[in-house]
Design a binder for this molecule. Sequence first.
Ligand code: ZN
Ligand code: ZN
Length: 303
Amino acid sequence: MADSESPSPSTTDNNSKKKNKRGGLEIQGYKIEGLSIGGQETCVIFPGLNLAFDIGRCPQRAIAQDFLFISHGHMDHIGGLPMYVATRGLFSMKPPTIFVPKAIEEHVQKLFDVHRAMDQSELKHTLVALDVGEEIYIRKDLKVKAFKTYHGIPSQGYVIYSVKQKLKPEYLGRSGNEIKDLKFSGVEITDTVTSAEIAFTGDTMADFIVDPANSEVLRAKILVMECTFLENTIPVEHAREYGHIHLAEVIQYAELFQNKAILLIHFSARYQVDGSDYFVQGLRVDPHLILFHREFEPSKEIG
Ligand SMILES: [Zn+2]
Ligand SMILES: [Zn+2]
């Protein structure tokens, strides 16, 4: 079953987003690259974290990322997977770690088996099946957790958390030596501080927004959310029928989002970048809403 739709444009507020040299964006201190057009290809890359969400058709800049998170099995999100692994092998790069929904793990294994049989290469990688609610560390200070999305086929989103050790308040102001002594004596001197940094939805209906289990998703610093349909000529029911979100729903639920920035992606291919402005007229969403061109060129500020 093919996925349906989407691309588009946009923008942001004064400080939280700026265009970087390579044509990507910088939001809340994170560089973001990639591209997203509904039904065609979606790959969202955070080079500073060495990871990408979905692989689309495997854009060149995704290959350098060691970690890949696949939201679901629609071709516009997973089509480039063998190419991603093969290209890293070709360049003798470290075998990547690929996270997939548990429900498609076996299919993905078979996919690689078929490619191995065809080209007699190893296609080295580590495949990790992550179920909704499960979390795993990808770095000492970084963990990921899968969350439930609603797309008609097995799907899930991911939240990336930063995990830091902070000195307990009662030890602030102590000298370095004192701290060292306390630590060596076995005293727990730090608190673990976890913060949701990035949430990526993949394709989903707006139902994920009101799922109580997903409250952390709505509090992540940056929410990368699909929003396939933008204008009123397409009814919300149509978006739901295809398992997607309509901008009208984002507006409807605006008060629920506590994110610092929301990056809307996966716009229908029917939308032309230049004609998008009127779609967002009257839109007042706090936090600032960022709409993207297909190549992640910001076009306009909203908010
Ligand atoms: Zn899809
Ligand atoms: Zn899609």
